[in-house]
Write a protein that binds this ligand. Structure first.
Ligand SMILES: [Zn+2]
Length: 216
């Protein structure tokens, strides 16, 4: 596993099918005690955002520069991002389980949406326009605004019914199940899916060998 503080493309996974869910998935093993944090520093957050293509390498460099010497603001920006991530996880995880969202999580998300909307605007891209942050290109909170906007978009979309939580008990990753028969159970077949497969294989072999019987 890649050491914290050395963020690389491999450290992050972008297969959830929605930006805010990919951000939720920057914690591994969330439901168990040895959860593993992938966003340990503000630089990690920028690296994630760069790989998520919500900021360009040039913007990441400018934000790194802007963060220099502003330890308090940078620590706040990191903690706001992580707090939003946990509220986002809780809301979508509840939704996937058919449960109502907790008031405190909704309040946290709505506060973040409010801050994002206060800075949102349209920016020209070629012959078109797209959503952006025209007056706050170098604001340290910018990554959090993207995630808040993405969560608001998904919560108010029909696609909300596609949100699932990985079936592995210790995983806690969220994803969009866009399979035809709504049968995707694992965040990733190469990790959780594979583990489940080998466990089933092991249990079948154990049963076939009679190893499960009591020796009396
Ligand atoms: Zn999983």
């Amino acid at each position: 596993m890649v050491e914290p503080g050395d963020p690389t493309r491999e450290q992050f996974t972008f297969n959830a099918g929605y930006l805010c869910l990919d951000f939720v998935n920057t914690v591994r093993f969330r439901p168990v005690s040895d959860r593993f944090e992938l966003i340990n520093t503000y630089d990690d957050l920028l690296a994630w955002a760069r790989h998520a293509t919500i900021i360009t390498p040039g913007e990441a460099a400018a934000l790194t520069e802007s963060a220099r010497g502003r330890d308090r603001s940078t620590a706040d920006a990191l903690s706001h991002a992580r707090a939003l991530r946990e509220a986002t996880y809780s809301i979508f995880s509840s939704r996937a389980a058919g449960l109502p969202a907790r008031e405190t999580d909704l309040r946290a998300l709505n506060r973040a949406i409010g801050r994002a909307m206060a800075q949102a605007g349209v920016v020209p891209t070629g012959s078109r326009f797209e959503w952006g942050w025209p007056g706050a290109a170098l604001d340290l909170e910018r990554v959090t605004w993207w995630v808040a906007r993405s969560a608001a978009e998904l919560l108010t979309s029909k696609k909300l019914t596609f949100v699932r939580e990985c079936a592995s008990y210790d995983c806690g990753w969220l994803f969009m199940d866009t399979t035809k028969n709504r049968s995707r159970r694992w965040c990733d077949m190469r990790t959780c899916g594979n583990r489940a497969k080998s466990r089933r294989h092991y249990e079948r072999r154990r049963a076939a060998n009679g190893a499960g019987r009591r020796a009396d």
